[in-house]
Design a protein. Structure first.
Lengths: 309, 104
């Protein structure tokens, strides 16, 4: 009797709290592979396709982004395209010239962020570390130094949780699911911290992959630190309140610039309101020169020791 | 925009709000703009829980702060103009409001 022959069998991974069935032609490093056969149906599929197609009723059409809330496509680099549908399906098309690390970076970055929004999750653009069993997130504008600070905190004995994205689940009391992926640092930051640079990040010519420590598993966020990228004469930590706290929380949402394309504003507002009532948020200003960098790191560690919910 | 003393003012429906740290946080759902309101601004916004005439809003704020209406009228007018500029309220003449059945 003839048996059906398949060219490949999907691999199963646990990624940021979700079970993903992933086409084996898509390289994933650092993700937790789940045993085969899986215990339950996956939360989503990640597929390689020849063409991603296009949404039927897009609300925005640009050369690199064509999107409806439940059917979102983007083309982040020549020859590379993603389509994310209903929070359950990520289709990827790529040409031969696209390096696998770039595919992984965009899959576990922008594409995963879109998927989270479609699922009603709240992804934050942050690095995170754990200390005494509690997680602390660091957010800020691109280039503000999130990864550098997280790497420095890990060099001081704190546990690594995530770089770039942490996913909060409102249905689980805003539990934090980390996105384990390679840490990226600027060359001067890596040199200051004594960390060896790996390959250059193709999408960011000024950044390099570095080996991240094993990620710790944590429950909920204890606090969020917003990096003041203006620089300061001395390190200082101030707690935010009211509208400023709320606005900073909204600004820390992953791919906030796509939010209006993906979600009802009322729903995001309600989630942010609920989270901002339970999460302490601080502004961390510090000098941007490495000569005084370690003083700021020490101040931040001392603050984390004292901060209470 | 100048708010006339005879105007009747109502919030638009395009907003969501919450209370946080003694402030009222309001988001305009079409623009995405977020406003934090405290003190007099918060008092004015609360007066607008139902459509009201301008002088009724002034009287309500004055009552909240135990001051005379003249002491806060222009502050209230300026804040209402700011709200109108951000499409947070609609401003109608008293005649228009009555004809629309929205009298204060």
């Amino acid at each position: 009797m003839l048996q059906p022959v398949t060219a490949h069998r999907d691999r199963f991974f646990g990624i940021a709290g979700l079970a993903a069935s992933v086409d084996p032609r898509i390289a994933l490093s650092g993700q937790a592979e789940l045993p085969w056969p899986p215990d339950a149906a996956p939360d989503l599929r990640v597929r390689k396709v020849k063409e991603i197609g296009a949404p039927a009723d897009p609300v925005v059409v640009t050369p690199w982004l064509t999107a409806a809330p439940r059917d979102f496509t983007f083309r982040p680099a020549p020859g590379l395209a993603f389509r994310i549908r209903d929070g359950r399906d990520i289709a990827i098309a790529w040409g031969g010239a696209v390096p696998p690390p770039d595919i992984e970076a965009y899959l576990l970055g922008s594409a995963w962020g879109v998927l989270c929004h479609q699922r009603g999750l709240l992804p934050l653009h942050c690095s995170a570390i754990a200390f005494g069993g509690r997680a602390f997130a660091i957010t800020g504008q691109p280039g503000a130094g999130k990864s550098t600070l997280a790497a420095a905190l890990c060099r001081n004995g704190l546990d690594y949780v995530t770089d770039d994205m942490g996913v909060l689940d409102p249905a689980r009391d805003f539990a934090l699911d980390a996105m384990p992926k390679a840490m990226k640092l600027c060359a001067d930051a890596a040199a200051h911290l004594g960390i060896t640079c790996g390959k250059r990040v193709a999408s960011r010519v000024d950044k390099f992959f570095v080996a991240a420590p094993v990620a710790a598993t944590v429950g909920t966020l204890a606090a969020l630190y917003v990096l003041d990228d203006a620089g300061a004469d001395a390190s200082a930590i101030t707690e935010l309140s009211g509208a400023e706290r709320f606005v900073q929380l909204i600004a820390s949402i992953y791919r906030v610039e796509w939010l209006s394309l993906l979600r009802q504003p009322e729903a995001v507002f309600a989630q942010a309101a609920a989270l901002s009532r339970r999460l302490r948020i601080f502004r961390f200003a510090r000098p941007r020169d490495f000569g005084r960098f370690d003083d700021g790191v020490a101040m931040l560690i001392a603050h984390m020791q004292e901060v209470r919910p | 925009m100048t708010i006339d003393s005879n105007a009747v003012i109502a919030r638009t429906r395009d907003h969501v709000e919450t209370e946080l740290d003694d402030e009222t946080i309001v988001m305009h759902t079409r623009s995405g703009h977020i406003f934090g309101m405290s003190d007099t601004a918060q008092a004015v916004w609360r007066q607008l829980a139902v459509p009201r005439a301008f002088e009724a809003i002034v009287a309500g704020v004055a009552d909240d702060y135990a001051i005379g209406a003249d002491a806060c009228r222009e502050d209230v007018r300026a804040f209402l103009a700011e709200l109108a500029a951000n499409d947070m309220i609609v401003v109608a003449s008293a005649a228009d409001a009555y004809s629309a059945g929205r009298h204060p």
